[in-house]
Design a protein around this ligand. Structure first.
Ligand SMILES: C[S@@+](CC[C@H](N)C(=O)[O-])C[C@H]1O[C@@H](n2cnc3c(N)ncnc32)[C@H](O)[C@@H]1O
Length: 229
């Protein structure tokens, strides 16, 4: 695996997808985008479970998030791209794993990490995560979770915000002073309130959109560094 973030030139040819009888227009569009996405091709070439891996690679290159010896929690870790990126950078090993991931989806093991198949909304999820990391404080909490959408915009918005707030509360319980919290958020609205709260507890907070995050997506990442404890 390499850590460079330039899409390979090997897959620049545009693939056109014909609309099949049983395929909806939106799934045809999705398929076409996947087939023409250089990050999808690179993930396959470099053995990453997801194109999301490149978002963490790029965020890390720019904001220096991962260092050897760190303890890390990865919220919404399936199918494991972020774990694959983080494990070698923090030097987590199968004998002494220092990164724990949680997701309600089943996924293949990622050597050097502990994976919990569980809903982060479960009441006992924070304690189960803390136990899995040996009851110790951690240096980084990263969340790539996105609540499933219902199509009803106000409901979706509330769910997205609630999940990020839950992740932020958890981070503030488990982070060591100086620690970092990053979370996927969606532009537009209430997330401002959360930002204000985080500004009080962290030395620096800002939004970052890595190049691997699709331009037409409202997704961006909230980065909070220097937890004050
Ligand atoms: C964009 S994917 C994460 C990709 C991952 N970072 C990677 O690199 O492979 C978002 C994940 O969040 C998970 N997720 C969403 N809500 C969750 C919850 N309440 N508890 C646990 N996982 C959740 C989803 O199942 C999904 O696998």
């Amino acid at each position: 695996m390499t850590n460079s973030s330039k899409p390979s030139a090997s897959r620049q040819l545009k693939v056109k997808v014909k609309t099949a009888k049983r395929r909806s227009n939106s799934s045809t569009r999705w398929l076409q985008r996947q087939l023409n996405d250089p990050y999808v091709a690179r993930a396959r070439e470099e053995g990453y479970q997801s194109r999301a891996a490149f978002k963490l690679i790029e965020l890390n290159e720019k904001h220096k998030l991962l260092r050897p010896g760190m303890r890390v929690v990865d919220l919404g870790c399936a199918p494991g791209g972020w774990l694959q990126v983080a494990v070698p950078l923090i030097r987590s090993t199968p004998d002494n794993p220092t990164i724990v991931g949680i997701d309600y989806l089943e996924m293949s093991p990622i050597p050097g990490s502990i994976i919990l198949q569980k809903d982060f909304n479960d009441e006992d999820a924070p304690q189960v995560l803390i136990d899995a990391i040996g009851g110790k404080k951690v240096d980084l909490v990263m969340s790539d979770m996105a609540a499933p959408t219902t199509g009803h915009k106000p409901t979706d918005h509330i769910r997205i915000i609630a999940l990020v707030e839950l992740a932020a509360d958890f981070a503030m319980d488990i982070l060591t002073p100086g620690g970092t919290f990053i979370a996927k958020v969606f532009q537009g609205g209430t997330e401002h309130t959360l930002l204000t709260a985080l500004k009080k507890r962290f030395a620096t907070t800002f939004h970052a959109k890595p190049p691997a995050s699709r331009k037409d997506s409202a997704e961006t990442y909230l980065v909070a560094k220097g937890f004050k404890g």
